[in-house]
Design a protein around this ligand. Structure first.
Ligand code: NAD
Ligand code: ZN
Ligand code: ZN
Length: 357
């Protein structure tokens, strides 16, 4: 604990599908801040889409050449003055956006949509994130990680699982439901894992990549999987008595998959869009209005719901780290990002210390 170095090497994403390392001074935690020893830092599809391949994002998705990584979990090794709850030694997840704390969105716990241009900063985008041995974080952004969960379980809650939980809470999932998941990347796989825990009666997954269909099969996360194609709506209806699913969760951002999610949902059903970017074309009257369907959009989650999710994950005895197919040390972060960009993997994690196994 008292061997914190004065400098460290962090990974940055210059935007041409590569990773560069830079040495930086280790920051001392100021008022209300902590220094965290990073233990696990998982890679989100948004990093690939908006930063790694090229710097696409603007505003909240604008990458300002900071240490990358917005899904970190670790252990507090130093505390600044004025902390109210957390202390050295605590195992924590970092909710990946630091908001102003006083706008209406922050007061609801949705720091993701903090309206302060000056104070809203996402870890790994506008302030240093988890692809370094230490992270400076604000106490208000922390969620306590229970002892029964690993740091790699926790890292995935920081964005992926938290995001999925929020979307599922919006549409509601119960044992009455057959659920369609379009896109079986880490977010889609997390959806399968959580809807199974919530009691969904049948889970159907669709992806274009055979590797991802195979992971869903191997981990028994979906009951049926299909390669993406024009027959998907008919395939889903066939498995659901001709009706379609009660709930669909769109995790691909692909316009065709979005249409499938809408059309393969039955009357009165609910659909949530989580995959980001792109477009979606549908015919409102036949596709949603006459069938009384609802489409929700869902962006990340709130700090309190993330705490609730952590509690549920323990209760359900599930382990998000089950989705991690590859672990890399920080020095090999370039391989980690390249693998995640290829899609030939489940979740990819950059790990430190005991998490590097
Ligand atoms: N709404 C939010 O708050 C939020 C938060 C985190 C991530 N995201 C977004 O969620 C999406 C998924 O994230 P991820 O980490 O799993 O990324 P990912 O890119 O690994 O997953 C997307 C998956 O969709 C699949 N796909 C592509 N075309 C398809 C099609 N026609 N039919 C079915 N599947 C298709 C891809 O093969 C891939 O497996 C990304 O768009 C990401 O930016 C949104
Ligand atoms: Zn993310
Ligand atoms: Zn705010």
């Amino acid at each position: 604990m008292n061997t914190v170095p004065t400098t460290m090497r962090g990974a940055y994403l210059p935007g041409n599908s590569s990773v560069v390392f830079r040495d930086v001074a280790l920051p001392a935690p100021g008022h209300g801040e902590v220094l965290i020893r990073t233990k696990s830092s998982t890679i989100c599809g948004s990093d690939i889409r908006a930063i790694y391949r090229e710097h696409l994002g603007k505003g909240p998705e604008g990458y300002q050449n900071k240490v990358a990584g917005h899904e970190p979990a670790g252990q507090i090794v130093a505390c600044g003055p004025g902390l109210r709850r957390f202390k050295t030694g605590d195992r924590v997840i970092v909710y990946h956006i630091s908001g102003c704390g006083v706008c209406n969105d922050c007061r609801r716990g949705y720091m993701i949509s903090c309206t302060s241009e000056e104070h809203r900063k996402a870890y790994g985008w506008q302030r240093d994130g988890g692809m370094a041995p230490y992270i400076l974080a604000e106490e208000k952004d922390l969620v306590l990680l229970p002892d029964s969960l690993s740091y790699t379980d926790g890292a995935q809650v920081a964005c992926g699982f938290g995001t999925v939980y929020e979307g599922l809470e919006k549409i509601g999932i119960s044992g009455n439901d057959a659920v369609l998941v379009t896109g079986l990347g880490p977010v889609g796989l997390a959806t399968c894992m959580l809807v199974r825990a919530m009691g969904a009666e049948k889970i159907i997954g669709i992806d274009v990549l055979p590797e991802r269909l195979q992971i869903a099969r191997d981990l028994k996360l979906a009951d049926d999987v299909f390669p993406a194609g024009p027959e998907n709506v008919a395939q889903v209806r066939k498995l659901t008595g001709g009706h379609g699913v009660e709930r669909a969760v769109e995790c691909s951002a692909n316009d065709k998959a979005r249409l499938t999610a809408i059309q393969a949902t039955r009357k009165w059903g609910k659909i949530v869009f989580i995959g980001e970017g792109g477009t979606c074309a549908f015919n409102p009257s036949p596709d949603i209005i006459h069938d009384q369907k609802t489409i929700y959009g869902s962006w990340v989650t709130s700090t309190w719901k993330m705490e609730e999710l952590v509690e549920r994950i323990v209760r359900w005895k599930i382990h998000p780290e089950q989705l991690v197919t590859h672990r890399f040390p920080l020095e090999k972060a370039d391989e980690a990002y390249a693998l995640m960009a290829s899609g030939k993997c489940g979740k990819v994690a950059v790990c430190f210390d005991e998490e590097l196994r």
